[in-house]
Design a protein around this ligand. Structure first.
Ligand SMILES: [Zn+2]
Length: 394
């Protein structure tokens, strides 16, 4: 069976063999040319060609045509055979579990959300996830044996050993070991990272940062998240909290933050902060999506709230820019749906407060763009954990 061959090549035992390096490059990048594989793996072009020939003969790899926008003839690329295996991404959200199924050629096959009561427990989650996965494989007539691994996106920091740390949006899960919770039930390799790091993977593999090896993801949702990508790898830090920009200090005398510090960035621009002001004015609850739509429909008060949030976010990102000077900021999360209403004040505030101003030097200036997956980047990125072999719990 083709999937057996692929699982063997992706196993830890083979990680350094040339053929495994080629397979991992294909798994991580989707459809790529032989030249790109040679660059990614450091293998000689002739070695890559020989390996690709062998992999095609064993049906693990197929040829595909790719076409750059606006440029004439399609180019020849290689991808893993979509029939060679599948991956699952699971979001453990605050009140839902969401599951994306994709094949190893990076095609999404299913995307299912299952609502759960707030503060659901791990045993409930394992039963729900198992049942949903069984249903998805049955519905699409796919063999469960072809499942290479399950990636989990978690709303909060995760230690390298797979334990959920304090500060998660799932307070009842503090200290829970994801691997020992899910592996016995799913019987497959388990991968995990926090949802912002997953979002960065999704944008890097399919979205606004495709082909970019160094960028910052800034996620403005009800809370603030973020991720730093350097040399194509998401930085995690020793405690899984790298890129938690929402808790950067803006004012030591500011209000108390949920983290226990004062004056954190998220107090000035998170969706929760903006909504609390909007709801006072409306005297009723409103969702982040409806808030953005109302601003876009012309509500000048809400537009001002977005402008203030963009300005504050730009100040925080200016500090990030001064420290790591990235060329691309991908702005994600529910507030990013506001587009330029949020991004324009963010850009000008960034330019005002960062060390190297856009225009100070000749050459490229930092780009601020809206993410592609504002709705399900965490779940898509959880699939990416498996495809890129990132965050394996073992
Ligand atoms: Zn804080």
């Amino acid at each position: 069976m083709i999937s057996d061959g692929l699982q063997g090549l992706l196993s830890e035992r083979q990680v350094d063999s040339p053929v495994a390096r080629v397979v991992r490059a294909l798994s991580g990048h989707g459809a790529v040319s032989a030249a790109q594989i040679a660059r990614t793996t450091g293998l000689a072009r002739s070695t890559v060609s020989t390996i690709l020939g062998d992999l095609k003969r064993s049906s693990l790899v197929v040829e595909v045509e790719t076409r750059s926008p606006g440029i004439g003839r399609p180019a020849l690329a290689h991808s893993l055979n979509p029939e060679a295996g599948t991956c699952l991404g699971v979001l453990l959200g605050r009140n839902e579990v969401r599951i994306v199924l994709a094949d190893v050629a990076h095609n999404v096959i299913a995307d299912v959300a299952i609502p759960l009561e707030r503060d659901y427990r791990p045993d409930k989650a394992t039963r729900t996830v198992k049942q949903a996965i069984d249903n998805i494989y049955k519905e699409h007539s796919l063999p469960f044996s072809g499942l290479l691994g399950v990636g989990f996106a978690v709303s909060g920091p995760i230690a390298a050993n797979g334990r959920i740390m304090r500060g998660s949006l799932l307070p009842g899960w503090y200290g829970v070991d994801l691997r020992s919770t899910f592996e016995p039930v799913l019987q497959k390799p388990i991968f995990a990272d926090n949802e912002s790091n997953c979002a960065a993977l999704a944008e890097m593999m399919w979205g606004a940062a495709t082909g970019v090896e160094d960028f910052v993801l800034f996620k403005l949702d009800l809370a603030i998240g973020g991720a730093i990508v350097a040399n194509g790898k998401v930085l995690t830090g020793i405690a899984g909290t790298a890129g938690e920009f929402g808790h950067m200090l803006l004012d030591p005398h500011g209000d108390l933050c949920t983290c226990g510090n004062r004056g954190c960035l998220q107090l000035y621009c998170s969706g929760a902060t903006v909504l609390s002001v909007a709801e006072r004015r409306l005297a009723r609850a409103i969702t982040l999506a409806d808030f953005v739509k109302t601003a876009q429909a012309g509500d000048i008060g809400f537009q001002r709230l977005l402008e203030d949030a963009g300005e504050a976010a730009g100040r925080g990102l200016a500090a990030v820019g001064t420290i790591i000077n990235p060329g691309l900021f991908v702005i994600s999360g529910g507030m990013a749906a506001a587009g330029e209403m949020l991004l324009a004040p963010m850009r000008s505030s960034y330019a005002k407060y960062t060390l190297v101003k856009p225009g100070d030097i000749e050459g490229p200036v930092p780009q601020f763009v809206t993410g592609r997956f504002l709705d399900n980047d965490n779940c898509m990125g959880a699939v990416g954990l498996v495809l890129r072999h990132h965050g394996r719990l073992s």
